[in-house]
Design a protein around this ligand. Structure first.
Ligand code: O2Y
Ligand code: MN
Length: 611
């Protein structure tokens, strides 16, 4: 962190290093945003979309080598390697600074250094944090304007708050005198560094202009650095959606959901329930900051102000609320363009156009085998444009959390939903969640589960064992009855023909209804070796297209598959090492014991039947 008094000195120091032609302090106004967009349209870096089709919206195309977060170039630089743990790429902070100082030297020549004051979290919230990002990318500036609360008013707040997280960013493409710029400047992959210095609460990012690598308020500050601050200050920074669920009687509960990247967090947070009278509204679609108030209960805020959602697959069918949100004032990155200058991607509604300009800016016809939009194409839109943004979105007090969902893509073993019997059991579920690898470069990895504890694998700024211990410790700060209930959901179970068994999307509201009821001890459940399971009739099946038999299979527990799961979790726990909390090993051993007992009971039952 850097103190407010040292802001100017820090900016000057970084400018001395990066040598920009000029420094510009962003005021965050609409007028400034428009001016920057006009500038980028004039210089050929952005395309203004057809105002009759997509008013106030723009398209950008990245360099084909700079299209997503680069996990293998993302570093945690702590003094001791053991503080970064086995899941992070560790670097010695002194050595990394030396390497990066060399790269940053003169990296902004021929460019402007923009100073972006931004706030993560609603103004006045006890958790909210100020960051200042220095960047030579106007694309980053306009995205930060949407994704954060950004502008000169933040400086006033900073004066009161005292300190900020310094974030230095350069695309790593200096311009020599007279040198023409390219559409999307960036550096080669081996020169990209997305670096975090958790002891200093400092972020340095070099060489990429894309998404999570470059919009430093998001994954870098709100997750990796915030996770470290949160542990120190006894709160939690999590990769979770926050949704508001209202039942037909107008009763409200708030639910968190931890799902790995690309598992449908945005869709779930904006879901349109298929069961009458229920309503879902969005507080957040990606990140939650959670703290315990004096009442011993957990509350959450969304630190972000916008959605940086995956475009591909988004349609009025899959996510009508997202589609409505992006009807105007939206930035699109790496989507395809129609001949009348609107956007298009695989999975969007309507017929496939005969001709498009694809994300590589090449002519594309519908006979082409390559996708027109990049699979990681994105929309950036203000949260307030969503028709289902919850009124509490801007509330500094946060929302009271009743339930936490965890889950990933598991074609087998994990049932549609099961509930933890205690906080520690829930932490166990979160620790072992993950997705099955479906397409891997190393073919023998296919079918294995990539464990992704609480969907935080790429985002924990410290040792994963300490992170899980922090979850256990948060539970110890209060009593079990005040903590949210934890549920493991799996929308992705497949049948023997490889078909998804659960329709998903709006139908997930049936599971949310059961969860809502569990929080009030209203929904029926039976205790199983893996936790509480819904009785079949406890899931609302009115109007559901799948049969009862099918639903039974979705909630089936195969003990032998679960015993294999135990073995796999045991192997995974070994990789965490001695920092794995004892409580989680106990949970694993107890699960194994319950499964063995139930399988013995089962075989005795079969024996008795045969006699
Ligand atoms: O590829 C990127 O840089 C975007 S990553 C991202 C964006 C929005 C929400 N979540 C994620 C993620 O990787 O979890
Ligand atoms: Mn995410």
């Amino acid at each position: 962190m850097v103190s407010y008094q040292d802001l100017k000195q820090w900016v000057d120091q970084m400018a001395d290093l990066c040598q920009p032609d000029r420094i510009y302090y962003c005021d965050g106004s609409e007028e400034e945003y428009e001016r920057f967009m006009d500038e980028m349209v004039s210089s050929g870096k952005a395309i203004k979309l057809n105002p009759l089709k997509r008013p106030g919206s723009y398209a950008f195309f990245s360099d084909p080598s700079d299209v997503a977060r680069v996990e293998n170039r993302t570093f945690i630089a702590s003094k001791h390697e053991s503080d970064a743990g086995p899941t992070n790429h560790w670097r010695d902070p002194i050595e990394l600074k030396e390497t990066m100082t060399h790269l940053f030297k003169g990296s902004m020549k021929g460019r402007t250094m923009y100073v972006i004051p931004f706030m993560m979290g609603p103004f006045g919230s006890p958790l909210s944090k100020v960051g200042i990002q220095l960047t030579d990318s106007l694309y980053v500036v306009v995205n930060m304007k949407i994704m954060t609360r950004m502008g000169k008013h933040v400086l006033k707040e900073l004066e009161k708050m005292g300190e900020f997280v310094p974030c230095l960013h350069s695309v790593g493409y200096p311009l020599e005198e007279g040198q023409e710029d390219v559409m999307w400047p960036s550096a080669p992959i081996d020169q990209k560094y997305i670096s975090h210095f958790p002891e200093e609460k400092l972020i340095w990012s070099y060489g990429s202009g894309y998404g999570g690598n470059a919009l430093l308020g998001k994954k870098c500050l709100a997750l990796r650095i915030a996770s470290v601050i949160a542990k120190e200050e006894h709160w939690m920074a999590e990769h979770m959606l926050i949704l508001k669920l209202t039942n037909p009687f107008g009763h409200v509960k708030y639910v968190l959901g931890a799902f790995p990247s690309a598992c449908g967090k945005t869709n779930l947070s904006m879901l349109v329930p298929t069961i009458p009278g229920w309503k879902v509204e969005t507080v957040g679609d990606d990140i939650a900051w959670i703290w315990m108030k004096e009442d011993g209960r957990l509350y959450a805020i969304n630190p972000e102000a916008g959605f940086f959602g995956v475009a591909k697959g988004t349609s009025y069918q899959s996510n009508p609320n997202a589609m409505k949100a992006i009807e105007k004032n939206t930035i699109f990155t790496n989507v395809a363009l129609t001949d009348d200058l609107d956007v298009w991607w695989e999975g969007i509604d309507g017929v496939v156009p005969d001709h498009l300009i694809d994300w590589r800016q090449k002519d594309w016809t519908k006979h082409e085998t390559t996708p027109a939009a990049h699979p990681n194409s994105r929309f950036t839109v203000a949260a307030k444009q969503s028709p289902v943004i919850a009124s509490e979105f801007d509330s500094p007090e946060g929302v009271l959390i009743s339930a936490i969902l965890v889950g990933g893509r598991r074609p087998s073993t994990i049932p549609l939903v099961h509930e933890a019997t205690s906080w520690n059991h829930g932490v166990f579920m979160g620790s072992m969640m993950g997705s099955e690898i479906t397409a891997a470069a190393i073919s023998d990895a296919i079918g294995q589960v990539r464990r992704d504890p609480f969907a935080m694998l790429p985002f924990i700024g410290y040792h994963v064992g300490d992170y899980l211990k922090h979850w256990i410790d948060m539970g110890k700060m209060t009593t079990e009855d005040k903590l949210p209930k934890i549920f493991y959901v799996n929308w992705f179970r497949k049948d023997e023909n490889g078909q998804f068994m659960w329709p998903g999307f709006g139908e997930n509201s049936r599971v949310l209804k059961w969860i809502f009821g569990r929080c009030d001890n209203q929904s029926e459940a039976k205790l199983s070796p893996i936790g509480y399971m819904p009785t079949l009739d406890a899931i609302d099946q009115t109007g559901l297209s799948i049969s009862r038999d099918h639903l039974e299979k979705l909630t089936d527990i195969n003990v032998s598959e679960w015993l294999d799961e135990v073995t796999s979790i045991r192997e995974y726990y070994q990789t965490i090492g001695e920092k794995l909390p004892k409580e989680l090993m106990d949970e694993l051993n107890q699960l194994e014991r319950r499964l063995i007992i139930s399988s013995n009971q089962f075989s005795q039952h079969i024996k008795r039947k045969k006699q």
